[in-house]
Design a protein around this ligand. Structure first.
Ligand code: NAD
Ligand code: ZN
Length: 245
């Protein structure tokens, strides 16, 4: 492991453009479980609440589960060492951007500035009719489902549900970042969620060295990964940061 960390530190130091690509795994040490696998949320909840048709037909039932998972539970999570290191790497010009599949806002809370949110963000709500956006306040969930202050229509979390397209700007910026990176660090992602899972593949096709951090192997590990740092995101990134300093 020590030699691999040294190799990764050198790669990052000599890189013109390093990008991080993060999945649910980076927030596990913050207490937010992934959706799939051991301890995953879909073992406890039915993912149908994030199906757009179901949501529109059953807004109150959907919202009561959505509130429990994404606001009562996720809402109390704090960023961890892994988020902190990525923010510090950006500050020291070792990292150009984070592409995240997560919706928990923890990269921004840790101080990262350039974050392409592939799946949106849970910290704002969007009106399903006039598209106005509203920050989460204590009052917004007093009565479920929450309604738009401007037009009275149903509000939805500002992250994408099953069957929705990727937000245009985040999609473009993510592809650009993947194409233009020479080092691409994949952290805590199974590589099972399309089209996000294509970003590391695009980076690889454009010549990037793929570094992967995950306690478990993923769809990438035996395929496109060049250097596999097996371990928890916070612990491994802490070692990388010590090497950079
Ligand atoms: P995923 O692809 O995000 O996979 C989670 C990965 O994290 C697995 O490969 C697992 O081995 C790895 N992992 C577990 N502990 C880790 C640790 N300490 N450090 C590093 N890696 C670790 O799969 P998913 O959970 O099915 O997610 C599906 C989609 O939903 C993704 O887009 C994901 O980002 C999103 N999601 C987001 C959040 C969040 O915002 N925090 C939570 C759950 C799911
Ligand atoms: Zn509205």
């Amino acid at each position: 492991m020590e030699n691999k960390i040294k190799e990764v530190v050198e790669l990052i130091k000599n890189s013109k453009r390093t990008t991080a690509f993060t999945g649910a795994g980076i927030s596990v040490e913050s207490g937010i479980p992934p959706f799939r696998g051991e301890g995953g949320l879909w073992n406890k909840y039915d993912p149908i609440v994030l199906d757009l048709n179901y949501f529109f037909s059953n807004p109150r039932e959907s919202w009561s589960v959505i509130k429990e998972i994404f606001y009562d539970f996720f809402g109390t999570a704090k960023f961890n060492r892994a988020h902190e290191v990525l923010a510090e790497m950006e500050k020291q010009n070792y990292l150009s951007a984070v592409i995240t599949q997560n919706i928990d806002n923890l990269h921004q809370e840790a101080g990262s500035k350039v974050v392409h949110e592939f799946h949106g963000n849970s910290k704002t709500l969007i009106c399903t009719s006039c598209n106005n956006r509203f920050p989460i306040t204590d009052n917004v969930f007093k009565k479920l489902p929450p309604k738009c202050e401007d037009c009275g229509s149903l509000l939805k979390p500002d992250f994408i549900f099953f069957g929705e397209g990727i937000p245009q700007q985040a999609y473009q910026k993510s592809i650009e970042a993947a194409q233009n990176s020479d080092v691409f660090i994949v952290i805590g992602s199974t590589g099972e969620v399309m089209p996000a899972s294509q970003m590391p593949v695009i980076a690889k096709q454009n010549g990037a060295t793929i570094i992967e951090i995950n306690p478990n192997t993923s769809n990438y590990t035996s395929g496109i990964t060049d250097i596999f740092l097996q371990g928890k995101a916070g612990e491994v990134l802490d070692l990388v940061m010590r090497g950079l300093e």
